[in-house]
Design a protein around this ligand. Structure first.
Ligand code: NAD
Length: 310
């Protein structure tokens, strides 16, 4: 199969490129390297079935690039991923995440792709009244980022209705693992790991009771690989473990994996932070045959080992 991956130089996109190449597919990565890095593609780049084009997905040249490659499937991961930046500059967020997604859908249909696999976020659920979030939980986007991700999902439905372009949406919980950047506001595992390895102070915002559902990147790219086939066509699936981990518990687990003191500082909760999140993975087992396999302790151990050696 020929798969075009947008955002291929990023944390999840590069892991997906590696996985698809392992599965014997041909992969074209497209990325403007705005937050991604060619270093993430070192493994993929050494393989003949991989090619890379540095391009902003909104550049009209994307259509020609996709047409030349002739993808069977387009996996769309390129995005502005910061909730805070989306609040600070919602117009830029919409340009990247809404206009960018429409540009990718246009390129997909014009190049004759069979299917698009889109990346959404649990941010679309806002503050859910019940946890774990089920398949038909109501949407409550509380940030421009959440609104832009949801808008991508709506555009997929429009392209199915207009052109019969098949799609699957994967709604990701908090993804962690090797290659996640510690420099953003998200990626608390990467932030704690980086600081604890350097012996630098760590900060927990609020009283440490805020929860998240941490899913390992290896499991996440397995969901993408399954969606690239015929599984889950027309569906949207929450990709998480169903388990809540508090910020304080996470700090303890990362400190233990690093072998560092478990002694974070505390700061005031940040405006807009959501109190709790976990998603029910059961529908993804039915629809994609997917389930999370990496436990948090093992996943953190592997992440710390990678950070130590990189
Ligand atoms: N990391 C998470 O926990 C998480 C959770 C939910 C959803 N997601 C979604 O997963 C996807 C990948 O996120 P990630 O964590 O790997 O982030 P990332 O920043 O590492 O990857 C995004 C990639 O997109 C590229 N990019 C950004 N704008 C572009 C543009 N206009 N044209 C071409 N390339 C562009 C960046 O250079 C980067 O390589 C995103 O769509 C994000 O919204 C991530």
């Amino acid at each position: 199969m020929r798969v075009l991956v947008t955002g291929a130089a990023g944390f999840i996109g590069s892991a997906l490129a590696d996985r698809l190449l392992d599965d014997g597919h041909e992969v074209l990565g497209v990325d403007d390297l705005s937050t991604g890095s060619l270093a993430n593609l070192r493994e993929a780049g050494s393989r003949p079935a991989f090619s890379f084009t540095r391009l902003d997905i909104r550049d009209p040249a994307l259509t020609g690039v996709a047409d030349d490659f002739g993808p069977d499937v387009v996996c769309h991961l390129a995005a502005q991923i910061s909730v805070r930046e989306s609040v600070a500059d919602p117009v830029r967020d919409a340009r990247l995440n809404v206009e960018g997604t429409v540009a990718v859908l246009e390129a997909a249909r014009l190049s004759g792709a069979r299917k698009v696999v889109h990346t959404s976020s649990v941010a679309v659920y806002g503050r859910p009244s019940e946890l774990p979030v089920g398949a038909d939980s109501p949407f409550e986007p509380r940030s421009p980022y959440a609104a832009s991700k949801l808008s991508g999902e709506v555009y997929l439905r429009t392209y199915q209705a207009l052109y019969g372009l098949d799609s699957t949406t994967l709604v990701l919980a908090n993804v962690y693992g090797p290659r996640q950047s510690p420099n953003g506001e998200a990626g608390v595992v990467a932030i704690f790991t980086d600081s604890l390895l350097k012996g630098a102070p760590t900060v927990v915002y609020g009283d440490g009771s805020q929860t998240r559902d941490y899913v390992h990147v290896t499991d996440v790219v397995d969901a993408f690989a399954r969606a690239c086939g015929n599984a889950g066509t027309g569906g949207r699936f929450n990709i998480g473990t169903g388990r809540q981990t508090t910020d304080r518990e996470l700090h303890t687990l990362v400190a233990s994996a690093v072998g560092a003191p478990d002694d974070p500082g505390f700061a005031a909760a940040r405006l807009g932070d959501l109190p709790a999140m976990a998603v029910d993975p059961a529908p993804a087992l039915d629809g994609l045959g997917w389930e999370p396999r990496t436990g948090l302790v093992d996943g953190l151990k592997a992440t710390v080992e990678w950070a130590r050696s990189s």
